[in-house]
Design a protein around this ligand. Sequence first.
Ligand code: C2O
Length: 545
Amino acid sequence: AKTHYHDFVVQATPVKRLCKTHNAITVNGMYPGPTLEVNNGDTLVVNVVNRARYNVTIHWHGVRQIRTGWADGPDFVTQCPIRPGGSYTYRFTIQGQEGTLWWHAHSSWLRATVYGALIIRPKEGESYPFPKPKRETSLLLGEWWDANPVDVVRQATRTGAAPNVSDAYTINGQPGDLYNCSSKETITVPVDSGETNLLRVVNSALNQQLFFKVANHKLTVVGADASYVKPFTTSVLMLGPGQTTDVLITADQPPARYYIAARAYASAQGAPFDNTTTTAILEYESAGCPAKCVVKPVMPAMPAFNDTATATAFTTRFRSPRRVPVPNNIDHNLFFTVGLGLNNCPPGARPRNCQGPNGTRFAASMNNVSFVLPSNFSLLQAHQQGIPGVFTTDFPANPPVQFDYTGNVSRSLWQPVRGTKVYKLKYGETVQLVLQGTSIFTAENHPIHLHGFDFYIIAEGFGNFNPSRDTAKFNLVDPPLRNTASLPVGGWTVIRFVADNPGVWLLHCHLDVHITWGLAMAFLVENGVGELQTLEPPPADLPVC
Ligand code: C2O
């Protein structure tokens, strides 16, 4: 196994999109940032230097970080932020994961422009469990704002109302030629007739689930979230922010240009979203473009923004390649509601800061707790050093009241309490977690991401989870292993994992506006017995608050 050394300089860089230039926060002046390529078993050492005006941290999304929780990255959870002028070296080893992950800033909304791909190939000397692709291309789906994303989040936090929607979706940082001032820079993916290539698709958008298609071509899904899956063929993908999907594509169409397109899957009815389409171009080399390409690329028919049937038909097809060891004797049977809510405005607040219905402000919660980050210590530091008063360990295993989660309820029943609450697990304990979406304010999808673990998604469905009916649907044979689950709109998802990684691990919705409103909690996993079950000591350069 190798060790890879990288320097990441976080800095403001002028970026021009949609005819306008503004300073975006980038890594090494690149948007998206550098692609990291490693083999399973390798170690990464990334020295992050902060030359921007904002606090920053980097999260290695989906990397298990076994015993290296100090390198996970969410600010105030596993570390204090890297201050302007500061630096911190992330050091971790890829253990048993293969496929595509990514990295992104985990501080305010900086991940809008601070992100990149993390490609994990099989161990040296080993091969993919599918025929070796001729070429490999990473396609990072993102969002672009004309305004500075930090200002957009500031507005979202102040008014408590939804932020302005983004001005474009992007593929590898480019909106594509359906947008103004963007056609020259449209990303081109070259292919040759007959070859089979690997596309590594990442949803790095801030607040939007996305459909993805390639005109006239079938996609064979072979992996997701750096785990292989039982291959299946589809014409459309749906990814929630945080999710990755690896697909094989065979160039079996007449030589020409075909659009690669992504567009919103916006399940929240009535909420504002960008309904434009971002494109790249799959270009057959033998077509002789650009000289001989007079006709426009073929455009795929995209699903409607609210096409939940297509989204669900896709997400429920995932299986592990073979029988997997799903935890069976469950130590913690948890039920978390996931949804929006409304808080009364704090006394004395200005009306413009409270723009929810009837002078309220939007909040989001799990089990009615709206998560508040600490400010003087990270949760991990407070846990490891036994610093009292930073968090409490009373995150509830069940919602405080039960009702019809998919119905319209009076908001008096459901006003989140704010708190920094964690749920404690002993090393090696098994967890079943039912995530139940609510429709307190509006029903929505929530891409739920767990740090520090992969989990099995053993079932999902619509309506209220009903144990006596729905346990019959549990797949305990070959469920997929993921780090981010798309909780369906007005429905539920059941996941299982083993708490075999000591540390403090965030569970949150990967729509950034929902994190801003508090849709998060953390698991605290205690050390087990012996060195291999114990969190490593903190690095000497760990930033302090
Ligand atoms: Cu990809 Cu907590 O994040």
